[in-house]
Design a protein around this ligand. Structure first.
Ligand SMILES: NC(=O)c1ncn([C@@H]2O[C@H](COP(=O)(O)O)[C@@H](O)[C@H]2O)c1NC=O
Length: 521
């Protein structure tokens, strides 16, 4: 008879070998009560026996002692033939009978905690010892043989196991799903081991970049659509927390663009140590401000460009206060993300049905950024503010009078905020808030014009200007000088720096060089 997706296989004999023993006693008792024979390894068997459930030790089955500190327990033909026999085949059934091997119908295994051991800062020898060998072998064998065997790697499924046992076993479709999950489990495990070897323990060379780039993600949500409605999209998580696993406290489902904008907003807000609010549209800031409290920072950030802030995404680097929530509740906002919310703040925000309210306690922390390119991927260290080039104490005065401490802090704010703007970026700031942002232009002159235009004459005059990269010619700077900016900060490093500095001197504008560039694409 051909197996159909519903074909059940009764469960009479189970092999249980688990590192994570949560739920084990209830599982063993339930299986035993349903008449399932249990075979198990060392401390798993001990725990099952202690729960009053009869269990055969694997060494009784193999006639070979568990040895070498547990490195060899289940690695034996009597175990693997029992897992791998395709019971649909008369020939396999006869071979098992001839060999005196009984088949397993259910394999329950979870693996040594390799990743957790590495994360704990254990020694290399301790990490190596936590590479499970027998467990993945059983899991892969059982998953391969899913037409005959059900494999369970997740203690969260024990309830379903007991239900299936009582219902005559798992159907083929269920066994396939369990096998899929099992292969994902061993694949992720192997990627973790291979990455650890390539990235530190046994590197191919002295490059800062590993020879092997492995990553595994689990699908968290299928999104309504991608960047555009005709593009399908889904969100995946890597288990490290962060925005992808932020808690949504209110509002509509997050969209693809909401995620990309919220990511950009958090990047901008966490560039500042003071209370900061960043408002983002299409991955660019339409307002960033720092202040004594988040409500004031929000007012100032919003004032930068209220027109563009309509439908924006807001990130805050401190908990949202009630006062700030009252302000945000008045403005159409797509998303607000913060590490927390004062009592009552979420309720105020929730007056607007659709605003997505996210709580994400951790600051952005990806050490590297991966960007797909056709046929491959680029990996780079995440751009961070550098003590060297981003601290005004290390800047070089290239033109004009040195700024006072207060003025220098204003220019430093402009410089930090400029890092959040897509290149070519020119940003004008006043009173620790952006007033004009020129983003994403293909030449620096147009970015300067855009920043000045968005600031308006009055706000541009006396403002502090930052440029994410050097001015290749004096023309971009001259746009800022004509608008009456007080000071300009830029990396310097152009072959025409001299001409740019000369223009600054002529215009009587203070100019600092950072020596550090922050392109952002
Ligand atoms: N070497 C083997 O034959 C072997 N067989 C099973 N294991 C692992 O041993 C653990 C269970 O051992 P115990 O029952 O002793 O706690 C499981 O995580 C299982 O994946 C093994 N250990 C490591 O490879």
């Amino acid at each position: 008879m051909t197996a159909t997706e519903g074909s059940k296989r009764p469960i009479r004999r189970a092999l249980v070998s688990v590192y994570d023993k949560s739920g084990l006693e209830e599982l063993a008792q339930g299986l035993h009560a349903a008449g399932v024979q249990l075979v198990s390894t060392g401390s798993t068997a001990a725990k099952i026996a202690a729960a009053g459930v009869p269990v055969t030790k694997v060494e009784e089955l193999t006639g070979f002692p568990e040895c070498l500190d547990g490195r060899v327990k289940t690695l034996h033909p009597k175990v693997h033939a029992g897992i791998l026999a395709d019971l649909r085949l008369e020939d396999h059934r006869q071979q098992l009978a001839g060999l005196g091997v009984e088949p397993f119908d259910l394999v329950i295994v979870n693996l040594y905690p390799f990743r957790e051991t590495v994360a704990s800062g254990a020694t290399p020898d301790e990490c190596v010892e936590q590479i499970d060998i027998g467990g993945p072998s059983m899991v892969r064998a059982a998953a391969k043989n899913h037409p005959s065997v059900a494999v369970v790697v997740n203690p969260g499924h024990y309830g379903e196991v007991l239900k299936a046992v009582a219902d005559g076993g798992f159907g083929l479709a269920q066994r396939k799903r369990l096998a899929a999950e099992a292969f994902q489990h061993t694949a992720a495990y192997d990627v973790a081991v291979a990455s650890w070897f390539a990235d530190g323990y046994a590197p191919a060379d002295d490059s800062a970049f590993p020879e092997f780039l492995g990553a595994t993600y689990a699908r968290k949500n299928v999104l309504r659509y991608g960047e555009n409605p005709h593009q399908g999209a889904a969100l995946y998580v890597d288990g490290s927390g962060g925005l992808a696993e932020a808690e949504q406290l209110h509002g509509k489902e997050m969209s693809y663009n909401n995620y990309t904008d919220t990511d950009a907003a958090r990047r901008a807000a966490y560039d500042h140590t003071e209370p900061c609010v960043a408002i983002i549209k299409h991955a660019n800031p339409c307002g960033i401000a720092i202040a004594a409290d988040v409500a004031e920072a929000h007012r100032n950030a919003h004032a930068c460009d209220p027109l563009s802030a309509f439908g924006g995404v807001i990130a805050v680097n401190r908990p949202v206060s009630v006062a700030m929530a009252e302000q945000v509740a008045e403005i159409f906002t797509e998303v607000i993300v913060a590490p927390g919310y004062e009592d009552g703040a979420v309720e105020i925000l929730a007056r607007k049905k659709n605003i997505r309210v996210l709580r994400c306690p951790e600051a952005p922390s990806n050490p590297v950024e991966v960007k797909p390119v056709d046929g491959g991927a680029l990996l780079q260290e995440t751009d961070r503010l550098q003590a060297e080039g981003d601290d005004p104490a290390n800047w070089t005065l290239a033109s004009g009078a040195a700024l006072s401490d207060g003025e220098l802090a204003e220019l430093a704010f402009a410089w930090r905020a400029c890092r959040a703007v897509k290149s070519n970026a020119i940003l004008l700031a006043k009173d620790s808030a952006t007033v004009g942002v020129g983003m994403g232009q293909v030449n620096r002159v147009d970015s300067a014009k855009l920043a000045v235009q968005r600031a308006g004459e009055e706000r541009a005059r006396g403002s502090y200007a930052a440029s994410d990269a050097f001015f290749p010619f004096p023309d971009g700077f001259e746009v800022l000088a004509e608008a009456g900016v007080k000071a300009v900060v830029q990396p310097g490093g152009s072959v025409r720096d001299e001409q740019v500095v000369e223009a600054a001197q002529k215009a009587g504008v203070t100019m600092y060089f950072t020596g550090t560039r922050h392109f952002f694409h």
